[in-house]
Design a protein around this ligand. Structure first.
Ligand code: ASP
Ligand code: MG
Length: 399
């Protein structure tokens, strides 16, 4: 008999009907003789709706209170799933993050799991119960509820599997990990097995299937992760560190980050506190800085171009307005219709880069900026080029 952590995301928990079918799947696993821990996310789009409610009251709601609010989504899911399992005649118990022993550290809305005391979970498994844990939440040193960042239920699941020393199965609305989002590139062939590092890179650069931190924990603690469909009985994708089974194509995929915009600020005075003022404003608007480029500068002035997240609707505009009103000598420009497209893999060498540049040249695709890391090369392109870039690169590298 072994223990397994199963995780069901928001879409698979989207309605009472769906929760009932999750209950049946969980019971089947229990019937195989396994101890089952189920981590769940909030039903459907509940978390977004909760954020919207808070924003109806305040543009910048207090983060502690937002955590109290958002964590309720998962609390609804755990109780309903426990009721669904019990109504089918099986024993189940639900736990919030706190009840499951999940301690966190760091700031509200982006906390990290510090430790998990799994005693209570183990006791209940020993009593034959199916244990259901709320994803995305924990409790900090001060006893306050915290959340782990959007998509954080994956992190709860993988961290629990690490603490229990078991495997983790992520049930999702896609059939596994694809090299490119099949909605954008229908030819994409599902990956059977991907290495932790490549998966971290894909997630970090925008592939939405797995939340980055969860894969990082999997990598550090060596947790075997299997990503598969919650509704279809098809083969999914293993995420592992086992080199012999990993797909070793030099290019493993293309990650797309639509949450990209460029903010260019000209005539910044170097001998002033212009720059720290700009950073303060960007951080107040919650615009994550992905990259900074210095364009042309002399001894006194500089021009900076920030690649930032789009943030919530209107954040970039608000930041521009604030910068302009605080520093009236600067000029501010924005470009929102851009995306970051990254080609990811172990084999990014001059030959690969040359092929990509040839695609740009032959198809008249322009890019605005490019940057590289050990496992990727990223391009910021106008949205109008996105689809053809994906298709051409997908075909070239047989993704
Ligand atoms: N419900 C949370 C969110 O929407 C956590 C998760 O889905 O993993 O971000
Ligand atoms: Mg998710």
């Amino acid at each position: 008999m072994s223990t397994i952590v199963h995780k069901y995301g928001g879409t698979s928990m989207g309605s009472i009907e769906k929760i009932k079918s999750v209950a049946k799947k969980v019971i089947l696993e229990k019937e195989k003789g396994n101890d089952v821990v189920v981590v769940v996310s909030a039903m459907g789009k509940t978390t977004n709706k909760l954020v919207d409610l808070a924003k109806e009251i305040s543009v910048n709601p207090d983060k502690r209170e937002l955590d109290v609010l958002l964590s309720t989504g998962e609390q609804i899911s755990i109780s309903l799933l426990a009721i669904a399992i019990q109504s089918l005649g099986y024993d189940a118990i639900s736990f919030t993050g706190y009840q499951a022993g999940i301690r966190t550290k760091g700031i509200h809305s982006k906390s990290e799991i510090e430790s998990i005391d799994v005693d209570r979970i183990k006791e209940n498994l020993e009593q034959g119960k199916i244990v259901i844990v709320a994803g995305f939440q924990g409790i900090n040193e001060s006893g306050d509820i915290t959340t782990l960042g959007r998509g954080g239920s994956d992190t709860t699941a993988v961290a629990l599997a690490a603490s229990l020393g078991c495997n983790c199965i992520i049930y999702t609305d896609v059939e596994g990990i694809y090299p490119v989002d099949p909605k954008l590139y229908p030819n994409a062939k599902k990956i059977d097995c991907i290495g932790y590092k490549e998966m971290i890179e894909m997630s970090r650069l925008g592939a939405g299937v797995m939340e980055t931190t969860s894969v990082e924990i999997g990598y550090r603690k060596n947790v075997p992760i299997y990503v598969t469909s919650s509704s279809k009985d098809t083969k999914g994708t293993y995420i592992t560190g086992n080199e012999s089974t990993i797909n070793c194509k030099p290019i493993i995929g293309i990650a797309i980050d639509n949450n990209t915009s460029i903010l260019t600020i000209k005539n910044i005075l170097l001998k002033s506190n212009d720059i720290s003022m700009i950073f303060d404003i960007l951080s107040n608007e919650n615009l994550e800085i992905k990259m900074i480029n210095q364009i042309a500068s002399d001894n006194e002035n500089t021009n900076l171009s920030f690649i930032v997240s789009k943030g919530d609707l209107g954040c970039v505009d608000k930041a521009m307005y604030e910068i302009k009103s605080e520093l009236n000598h600067v000029e501010v420009y924005k470009d929102l219709d851009v995306s970051t497209i990254s080609v990811v893999g172990k084999g990014i060498n001059y030959d690969v880069i040359n092929k990509i540049f040839n695609i740009f040249k032959t198809n008249n695709i322009d890019f605005k900026q490019a940057f590289t890391s050990e496992l990727s090369i990223s391009f910021i392109v106008d949205d109008k080029y996105k689809q053809s870039f994906i298709e051409l690169v997908g075909d070239e590298f047989n993704l």
